[in-house]
Ligand binder design. Structure first.
Ligand SMILES: CCCC(=O)SCCNC(=O)CCNC(=O)[C@H](O)C(C)(C)COP(=O)(O)OP(=O)(O)OC[C@H]1O[C@@H](n2cnc3c(N)ncnc32)[C@H](O)[C@@H]1OP(=O)(O)O
Length: 301
């Protein structure tokens, strides 16, 4: 798939799925779930502050009779309820509403009713930027603080699974650092080298991995050529694996606010997909993310 229109078209074919929205009292969230409902992509159960949900719905002319609403004003309890709806099979996808990321992630990781699989969960953001011909992924900009080598391997594999769900058969993964040569003083360059080795010796499958890469060589063929790089991933990355949450989050928000990119975001690697965008992201981003989650959920089932 090359853009979000295609993702939405495929989600219409595979939907509707049921989303449980944690802390649904938010204008952009309600606009997105209403658009998803009208497109036949998803139905939503709205968990949150019933009074605030009703006020916003009225302002937006959204009929709440089209939704199940579960009143839970406390943010932590609303997140736990939304997650429980998925772990008990009532819903297929969790969606973050107006709540801190760490609160919903703690609910997702809850030992009794959460969606753990035993392996690391991670965030994948999908972007489309004018001038870059392909969709590309940034991971992990939102969940894992400072991943070690084996956690990076799992983050990479989680993103590769999502790429496969979008019919990107052999995604090219660039492991990002500040430069393209290994340097003992920059441990992420050593991890990047090891991840490329793991792919070459078959420990990582279903993708091509290259690293270390600086961002310019990963996304610009001209920059890669200028620096004399002959790596097949040079300038053609599908997945950008960042070294830590700070670099990933700054890249994510630079793409949204400076580059005005179109995007979507999910937590993957759990028993079900979790729509996780920034509270400041638009209703279009949230709709794109619902569509992406529907494709990921169909692949998982
Ligand atoms: C990109 C747009 C959106 C944004 O901008 S989001 C903003 C930035 N993001 C954030 O603030 C969230 C960052 N992450 C966090 O807050 C925390 O790491 C997180 C995920 C809530 C976990 O917090 P805590 O529960 O305090 O973490 P902990 O290290 O004590 O671990 C508790 C148990 O959970 C497990 N865990 C933590 N991260 C995991 C992961 N990625 N995958 C699978 N399991 C994970 C951890 O192993 C531990 O398990 P156990 O209790 O020992 O069995």
């Amino acid at each position: 798939m090359k853009n979000f229109n295609e993702i939405i078209a495929f989600a219409k074919e595979r939907g509707p799925k049921t989303i449980s929205v944690a802390c649904a009292q938010d204008k952009e969230v309600l606009l997105a779930v209403e658009a998803a409902r009208k497109e036949g992509i998803a139905k939503a159960i709205l968990v949150g502050d019933e009074v605030k949900i009703a006020e916003i719905a009225e302002e937006l002319n959204i009929a709440l009779s089209d939704y199940e609403v579960i009143n839970e004003a406390d943010l932590t309890n609303a997140c736990l309820k939304a997650v429980e709806l998925v772990s008990t099979g009532v819903a297929d996808i969790v969606m973050k509403g107006l709540v801190d990321t760490s609160i919903i992630l703690k609910a997702v990781l809850n030992k009794e009713i959460g969606l753990r699989t035993g392996l690391p969960l991670s965030h994948v953001a999908v972007f489309k930027i004018d001038g870059y011909e392909r969709l590309f992924f940034v991971t992990d900009a939102a969940m894992t603080l400072s991943p070690d080598l084996m956690t990076k391997k799992q983050i990479l594999e989680n993103a590769v699974s999502l790429a496969h769900a979008l019919d990107i058969e052999e995604p090219k993964v660039a492991v990002l650092c500040a430069k393209e040569k290994t340097d003992e003083k920059m441990p992420c360059t050593i991890d990047a080298f090891k991840l490329e080795e793991m792919q070459k010796n078959g420990e990582i499958k279903g993708c091509l991995v290259g690293g270390p890469f600086a961002l310019d060589n990963a996304v610009s063929e001209e920059a890669a050529k200028h620096k004399g790089m002959t790596h097949p991933i040079g300038g053609k990355a599908d997945i950008l694996l960042v070294p830590n949450i700070e670099s990933g989050n700054i890249l994510y928000k630079s793409l949204v606010f400076f580059a005005k990119g179109e995007n979507a975001g999910l937590i993957v690697g759990a028993k079900a997909p979790i729509v996780l965008t920034s509270r400041a992201d638009s209703d279009i981003t949230k709709l794109n993310s619902i569509a992406l989650a529907v494709l990921a959920a169909s692949k998982q089932n």
